[in-house]
Design a protein. Sequence first.
Length: 291
Amino acid sequence: STDLLLNFNLLEAVDLILQGAQNLVVPIKTKLSNKRKQQQKPSPTVTIHKGREFCWLTQEDVIRFLLSSIGLFSPIPAFSIDSLGIINPDILTIEYHSPASAATGAISRALVDQTSVAVVDSEGTLIGEISPFTLACCDETVAAALKTLSSGDLMAYIDCGGPPEDLVRVVTARLKERNLNGMLEHFTMSMSSGGFSSASSSSDEESMTAPVSPLPRSGRHSRSMSYSARMVRRAEAIVCHPKSSLVAVMIQAIAHRVNYVWVIEDDCSLVGIVTFSDILKVFREHLDTMA
């Protein structure tokens, strides 16, 4: 959802986000002359409506703002996420070998929550994730992969660089087995014309400079570990630990352009998730004491 803030302040922005708003539309008030305004290059985040300028604010923008003034909230940013009680155990998961199609409901909910579906093994170890944002950036052939592959194979299929040829053959064979002729024809035509595409990468420069906090690679599933976050090129799950500080988790999420970080124990077992909304609740309580 999107909310319009006519008299914007930080508390109102945080409250609206905690109530479920994903984007905030904020009018821009400037003292520039009309001539100076005409000389300025329009920002991609600025919209002009009826002669007024508006900008879009996301949860990430608010977190960035708080991070830029993090010293004002001392000592809270140094506290662990465990001690702050913001690790949410209510997570969306799918077993690695389960059909990817079984995750469609969880994927829909993850889209609303701006998170992803965790892919785990039979012991609850985090292997990777299926991101609705990455799926949305793929072309329609990914529907065939979602219909026919396991969750683990789907992670490899949507990883950057296009689907592996062996998985393309698997999808083709299973579509034939299930007599899904219309989907098979479309899938074959798209693949023969180089149809698979993914906009799930930002610039190469960004992917090279962003600090990486990868899921430790272990076991036979390491090839398919997936950090399939919105607009991020790399395929590694971004994780932290219960004793990670609040500010460290904020920096991790901002660096990788995600709204959440998975929380794991030392053995990689999945504990929960920390989202921007969870973080904003902490700052909201502190802002009340500062008012």
